[in-house]
Ligand binder design. Structure first.
Ligand code: ATP
Ligand code: MG
Length: 336
């Protein structure tokens, strides 16, 4: 069936990933896996948010290459381009346009309270205004498509709350305009932690060779990283008393396997860490190996990913433009 935004009666899903580094298992378990699962229940739009990535400096050639790499990873994960639109944020100018309109109804105090802003600002010598404005652009991405559902990892829950606050404020000032988007978090894997430091969430932009498992990491590297992951001073798994590192490894296993809590406890209780890590590595590799094979097949076809992105942008532009028209009319901006 061909995707037809104007005639679809299904509620819309929107979500995105920044092309700010190598996609990792946190991005997969927190976001992509949910997208694949729910895509057919909705009219789905999945976006590579390049305008978000430049809120911290990106080397231009790397950024350009990452955009298509991430689109190919969406496809390899199982996003069906015949049903779901895969598109790049900057190819639909309405994202930036709506972001400005929403900036004008957003109190700066709301933005200064954002945890991600505070954490990322700390890592920069000069804090660009874009870093502060980031959540407004994210609100624009979502509200532009009147999305009802936004599947994300737990770290984005605060930005989603802010999106609803901005939408409510706009609706109160100018009349009912935006659909209120709901946050959709996975039950397991909503916050995967760094393998080197289980107190910090796994992030694309974090440094440290043993921090994250990239979806395209070679198999032997995946195994090495898991075997070296930080645990705690106990010798074996104890569900009553376990450190954050062990909990994180077991969460990774559970999210990939789909096992229940009781299956996890029955299997892993009392298992020594060396053996537990080996089994976690086997589980991760059994999912990532076929995934990487699909990625290689997808990227072997010249021009395919670029075509998917072009078609995606063309499909969603009419939805975006009609929201801009509506917002302009509501705000009293000039329309022909
Ligand atoms: P960056 O460090 O550049 O911010 P990131 O790893 O946080 O990169 P994003 O592109 O910001 O990735 O987020 C893409 C999606 O992945 C979002 O839905 C986000 O909530 C989810 N996500 C990111 N990190 C994790 C994680 N550690 N666990 C679960 N979900 C995550
Ligand atoms: Mg992030």
């Amino acid at each position: 069936m061909k995707f037809n935004p104007s005639s679809s009666m299904k509620a819309r899903v929107f979500s995105g990933v920044q092309p700010s580094g190598d996609l990792h298992i946190g991005n997969y378990l927190g976001a992509l896996k949910s997208w694949v699962k729910i895509q057919y229940d909705y009219e789905s739009i999945f976006c590579i948010v390049d305008l978000h990535a430049i809120t911290v400096y990106q080397e231009p050639a790397t950024l350009r290459a990452k955009i298509e790499e991430i689109a190919a990873l969406f496809l390899a994960a199982g996003i069906d381009p015949k049903h779901s639109a895969i598109m790049v944020q900057s190819s639909v100018p309405a994202h930036a346009e709506l972001a400005w309109m929403l900036t004008c109804v957003t109190p700066v105090g709301w933005l200064e309270r954002m945890t991600q802003y505070k954490a990322k600002a700390e890592t920069q010598q000069t804090v660009g205004d874009g870093l502060l404005q980031y959540p407004v652009l994210m609100a624009a991405d979502i509200l532009l498509y009147q999305a009802a559902i936004v599947p994300v990892g737990d770290d984005q829950a605060q930005h989603l709350e802010l999106t609803r606050d901005i939408a409510q404020r706009f609706n109160a000032l100018y009349g009912d305009t935006f659909v209120m988007p709901a946050t959709h978090l996975p039950l397991v894997g909503a916050r995967i932690m760094g393998l080197d430091d289980p107190e910090k969430k796994m992030s694309k932009s974090a440094t440290g060779t043993n921090h994250a498992i990239a979806l395209l990491d070679p198999v032997d590297q995946i195994r090495k990283k898991i075997m070296r992951a930080t645990t705690d001073s106990h010798p074996a798994v104890d569900f009553e008393n376990m450190g954050a590192g062990v909990r994180n490894l077991l969460t990774i296993f559970q999210a990939f396997s789909g096992w229940s809590d009781s299956q996890m406890q029955a299997h892993f209780s009392g298992m020594r860490y060396g053996e537990m890590k080996k089994q976690v590595a086997d589980m991760v590799i059994s999912h990532l190996e076929p995934f990487q094979k699909r990625y290689r097949e997808i990227t072997a076809e010249p021009g395919y990913v670029a075509r998917v992105l072009k078609e995606g942008a063309e499909r969603v532009a009419p939805i975006a433009n009609s929201t801009i028209e509506l917002v302009k009319r509501r705000m009293g901006l000039y329309t022909a």
